[in-house]
Design a protein around this ligand. Structure first.
Ligand SMILES: *[C@@H]1O[C@H](CO)[C@@H](O)[C@H](O)[C@H]1NC(C)=O
Ligand SMILES: *[C@@H]1O[C@H](CO)[C@@H](O)[C@H](O)[C@H]1NC(C)=O
Ligand SMILES: *[C@@H]1O[C@H](CO)[C@@H](O)[C@H](O)[C@H]1NC(C)=O
Ligand SMILES: *[C@@H]1O[C@H](CO)[C@@H](O)[C@H](O)[C@H]1NC(C)=O
Ligand SMILES: *[C@@H]1O[C@H](CO)[C@@H](O)[C@H](O)[C@H]1NC(C)=O
Ligand SMILES: *[C@@H]1O[C@H](CO)[C@@H](O)[C@H](O)[C@H]1NC(C)=O
Ligand SMILES: *[C@@H]1O[C@H](CO)[C@@H](O)[C@H](O)[C@H]1NC(C)=O
Ligand SMILES: *[C@@H]1O[C@H](CO)[C@@H](O)[C@H](O)[C@H]1NC(C)=O
Length: 900
């Protein structure tokens, strides 16, 4: 697994500190100040009354070096001598105010006397606590301003809309409205400021001398204005996490003096890197991580001798890179190429460079590294972050990795490494806080004999020993006093130690896929800091302790699927809980779904499939504002599906009700339960987007289908991002009547399965409007009439099945339907076409082969389509899914070729 959260944390950390390397713009001129002129009285008064609107509070500033500058502002002294005040030597007017990190707390008066200081050229109010004040519109009256810094490390600084009047500041050289944080996720920074796209455009039209424009964590929610590329003096552009989307203006890569380009974490920002990027000789920082850039990384990028920070992770970059190109970047400090479609060649031949770059951060998750851990890394002795997870590394872990005394993060998970790791080998890594050895390696982890008093590596916070051939819980874990995240899944552990439920520092605990055979003790509820708990795929027996619904007020994810648990699920879910993900699937649970689940206002995912729940349709879940996925598959739910007023399922993306006893006539009203699947544009469906704006940390990365045909289960790892998946599965129930036309309005649908019900009437021609549809299964009903010609326009359709109905007439010959063979159509005695035994000119009464009854009854349904969650990661990782990124459609296509 890639420990994404800490990665983001550390990059943030670096950005913050490296930014101070670049920033020294807020001092004007050389202040060899011998004051020729005393402060003007009205300016003196204005400053004093400004001071009086605030109190001093240490917690108002984030910077540990902050101090209260305004203490030196006392009446009857020359304001030009005050801390943070700069005057013009000749005129005596106040031209600079630097109150950055001054521990000011209070409201910013929209009519503040500050705005009477019309000679101001520089204003720095960064890192104070303005208690969510708005930035006053009067800021636009300070027309001489060249430097404006309202950046903040504090949650409570300015909020609301940035006033359009900032764009009147036509002399601006530097505008800094950034947010920053040094805190670890999931306590992520929340964007409090919004900047209208029109304001940004006016700003770029008016403030044509801009050199620094820094808007990290300011919500912009638009594409970037092309006028930005007119600002040829630009040196720094920082737009991290601004909800930008659309095409990245390529002209930005032609700005001649650019040194910092930070556009990370905008998700939907698209573009390619032009070869001309090699001409940006001053470029020191290029951060484009977590976006949708694509194409090859131009080789010219590796000519940039001043490049210190390069993060391109989690995009769609492709192509091949060789490690010696990277090693030519002489200043390189941070490199993150993780999670693209890159192949990094790193043969162990000698590196033809005399000195290696001072790399401290190396993120190469999922870069298709093949072979042994490259020996050139041996010389990167100052590394503090090394993530080589999710590659194809083989052989033993080289000893040199255990000598890097600065390492904080070592993640080798998800490779094919082998050999034994002994606890003692870690003894030099005194600073290690994150260690990942799990996830697919063939390593064996050995504790050695005398482990009762082992004191290293005591500072470990995150430990991944999944699939490390463990047969018992390593004892040293008992001594890790700071352990917050423990992943020990996929081993052969039969018992868990009694001390485990006393490790109250734990936030994530994953013991899934072991051989635990016990009952879940109620003392598990001692773990009151848990955010994520995964006990799935063991042999746990007995009842689920009732406290699990309410024991940790931080719990976001609860997974106990794939055990032998019996009884009811917890009935109590306290108000204001933060549960987002609940999976009770594949147990022997029964009873009703607790109505108290409506207290889970954050719930996004509920899976109870493959149990014995016996209840009516839980329409009341429809009031949960964020619910995206509901799976009730294979239970004893019954009665009618409905969604009365107020229960509208506003964010529903996947509803799987298959294999239950639902029985009713399908009406237009019922279909409106799924109206969140009607979309006006595709962006609206973007899970990533939704998750982003909710500031969420759970990534439900990837869903996968298994389809079974006559008992043969075809399993494959589809690459469909869940954030584009929209599905309704009503198969194997007793639903009857005609399929209403309105079903065709659910145009977001990717999968629609209505098979094995009692539908009559014809296939609605409105299905032709389901333009995103990739899977359509209507088999085993009593549908009649022709196959509508409109279906030929469903260009993404890769799975289509109307077999065993009473359809008649010719199969449309053109378009997508012509790619499906006999199996999709058989069992309709009056259907004809070139792919059927019965050609259309044949005699209409030619008997058709009967279906193979034995095999059909075996699986209950001819085609069974069911959902499998492959990768669900909470914040800290499991990002593998993103790396796999093949197009879903292609996978289904290949799969179908295999089936038939
Ligand atoms: C600011 O001052 C103007 C006129 O001086 C007044 O009309 C307005 O109400 C004041 N606004 C606030 C918020 O005090
Ligand atoms: C540009 O600046 C001028 C002068 O400050 C101002 O009058 C004008 O309104 C500004 N234009 C925009 C679009 O903000
Ligand atoms: C800026 O860019 C726009 C379009 O990108 C162009 O029309 C305009 O002439 C450029 N120059 C100025 C000074 O706005
Ligand atoms: C770029 O920087 C150089 C050197 O500082 C300066 O002379 C030049 O004017 C700058 N170019 C622009 C377009 O601002
Ligand atoms: C890079 O700059 C050189 C001149 O400095 C120019 O000839 C070349 O076209 C530029 N490359 C690109 C790809 O723009
Ligand atoms: C090593 O690099 C130097 C200069 O870049 C080059 O002249 C030399 O041929 C290279 N040697 C090998 C073995 O590639
Ligand atoms: C790497 O380290 C080895 C052993 O310390 C040394 O011989 C070699 O010259 C180093 N290579 C580089 C490129 O620094
Ligand atoms: C543990 O303590 C015993 C006795 O003090 C000592 O002999 C042994 O070496 C210690 N083991 C380790 C791993 O430090």
């Amino acid at each position: 697994m890639g420990f994404l959260c800490s990665l983001t944390f550390s990059i943030q950390f670096l950005l913050f500190f490296s930014s101070s390397l670049f920033t020294n713009c807020s001092t004007l001129n050389d202040s060899t100040t011998t004051h020729h002129h005393e402060c003007h009285q009205h300016e003196n008064n204005a400053l004093l009354s400004f001071k009086q609107t605030f109190i001093i509070s240490k917690s108002a500033s984030y910077n540990p070096l902050s101090y209260p500058k305004t203490l030196s502002w006392v009446p009857a002294t020359d304001c030009c001598s005050w801390d943070g005040i700069e005057c013009n030597e000749l005129t005596g007017h106040v031209i600079g105010i630097d109150l950055g990190s001054s521990q000011l707390y209070g409201f910013m008066d929209p009519n503040s006397t500050l705005f009477s200081l019309v000679h101001l050229q520089s204003l720095d109010l960064s890192d104070n606590d303005f208690n969510h004040s708005q930035i006053p519109a009067k800021i636009g009256e300070l027309s001489q301003l060249r430097y404006l810094n309202l950046s903040h490390g504090n949650e409570n600084t300015f909020s609301g809309e940035v006033p359009p009047q900032v764009s009147q500041l036509s002399n601006l050289l530097s505008l800094d409205l950034r947010g920053y944080t040094l805190q670890q996720l999931p306590y992520n920074l929340i964007n409090h400021l919004q900047l209208k796209a029109s304001t940004l455009t006016s700003l770029t039209q008016n403030s044509t001398r801009l050199e620094h424009l820094r808007l990290n964590f300011v919500t912009i929610s638009s594409s970037l204005p092309h006028t930005l590329t007119n600002l040829t003096s630009l040196q720094m552009l920082s737009f991290r996490q601004c909800e930008l989307y659309g095409e990245f203006p390529v002209g930005i890569f032609h700005l001649p003096n650019i040194t910092v380009l930070n556009f990370g974490e905008n998700q939907n920002l698209q573009g390619t890197l032009p070869a001309s990027i090699g001409n940006l000789t001053n470029l020191a920082l290029l951060a484009l991580g977590d976006n949708s850039f694509h194409g090859e990384i131009p080789r010219s990028l590796f000519r940039l001798k001043n490049l210190e920070f390069l993060s391109l992770s989690n995009n769609f970059f492709e192509g091949e890179l060789a490690h010696d190109m990277i090693l030519k970047l002489k200043m390189l400090n941070v490199l993150d190429l993780s999670l693209n479609k890159l192949s990094l060649f790193s043969q162990n031949r000698d590196v033809n460079v005399t000195t290696l770059p001072p790399i401290q951060w190396l993120g190469l998750t999922g870069c298709n590294l093949i072979g042994e851990v490259p020996t050139w890394m041996m010389n990167l002795t100052s590394l503090y972050h090394l993530d080589l997870s999710q590659n194809k590394l083989q052989g033993e872990i080289p000893y040199f990795l255990f000598t890097f005394e600065n390492l904080r993060v070592l993640d080798l998970g998800g490779n094919m490494l082998e050999g034994q790791i002994e606890l003692e080998m870690l003894s030099k890594l005194k600073k290690l806080t994150i260690l990942g050895l799990g996830g697919g390696n063939k390593l064996s982890f050995l504790e050695g004999k005398n482990t009762s008093n082992v004191t290293f590596p005591s500072q470990i916070q995150t430990l991944d020993l999944s699939s490390c051939n463990l047969v018992r819980f390593p004892n040293f874990i008992h001594h890790l006093q700071e352990l917050t995240d423990l992943f020990i899944s996929d081993n052969s552990i039969e018992t868990k130690p009694s001390w485990l439920w006393n490790k109250t520092t734990l936030q994530s605990l994953d013991i899934s896929n072991n051989l635990l055979m016990e009952e879940i003790s109620p003392s598990i509820c001692n773990l009151q800091s848990l955010v994520e708990l995964d006990l799935s795929s063991n042999n746990l027996v007995g009842m689920i302790p009732s406290c699990l619904g309410r024991f940790s007020r931080f719990l976001q994810r609860l997974t106990v699927s794939g055990n032998k648990l019996i009884g009811n699920i917890p009935q109590i879910y306290v108000k204001r809980n933060v549960l987002r993900f609940i999976d009770f699937s594949s147990n022997k649970l029964y009873g009703q779904l607790p109505r108290a689940l409506v207290n889970c206002r954050m719930l996004e995912f509920l899976d109870v499939r493959h149990n014995h729940f016996n209840d009516s349709f839980p329409f009341w879940l429809g009031s949960l504002p964020k619910l995206k996925v509901v799976s009730l598959r294979d239970n004893e739910f019954h009665g009618a599906i409905m969604c009365p007023l107020k229960y509208t399922f506003p964010h529903l993306r996947i509803m799987d009700l298959s294999q239950n006893g639902f029985s009713m006539k399908l009406t237009s009203e019922i279909i409106m339960c799924f109206k969140s699947m009607i979309i006006s544009n595709k962006r609206q469906l973007d899970f990533k987007d939704v998750i982003h704006s909710d500031n969420a940390e759970i990534d439900i990365d990837l869903y996968s289908f298994s389809m079974s045909n006559k008992g043969v289960v075809m399993d494959y790892r589809g690459g469909q991002y869940l954030h584009q998946m929209v599905a309704v599965d009503l198969s194997c129930n007793k639903i009857y009547g005609e399929i209403p036309d309105t079903m065709g309005s659910l145009n977001g649908l990717v999968v629609l399965n209505l098979s094995n019900n009692m539908f009559t009437g014809s296939i609605p021609s409105s299905f032709g409007k389901l333009s995103n549809l990739e899977v359509l299964d209507l088999s085993l009903n009593s549908l009649s009439g022709n196959i509508p010609q409109q279906l030929t326009g469903l260009t993404f359709l890769n799975f289509f099945n109307v077999s065993f109905n009473n359809l008649s007439g010719p199969i449309p010959e053109n378009g997508q339907l012509s790619t499906f063979d006999d199996n999709s159509f058989k069992g309709n005695k009056d259907l004809c076409g070139i792919r059927l035994l019965k050609k259309c000119e044949d005699h209409p009464k030619l008997p058709l082969q009967k279906p193979d009854d034995d095999q059909d009854s075996e699986s209950g349904s001819f085609f069974e389509l069911y959902w499998m969650v492959i990768v669900i990661g909470y914040g800290g990782g499991l990002v593998a899914g993103l790396a796999l990124g093949n197009a879903f459609a292609i996978d289904v296509f290949r799969l179908l070729k295999k089936i038939f």
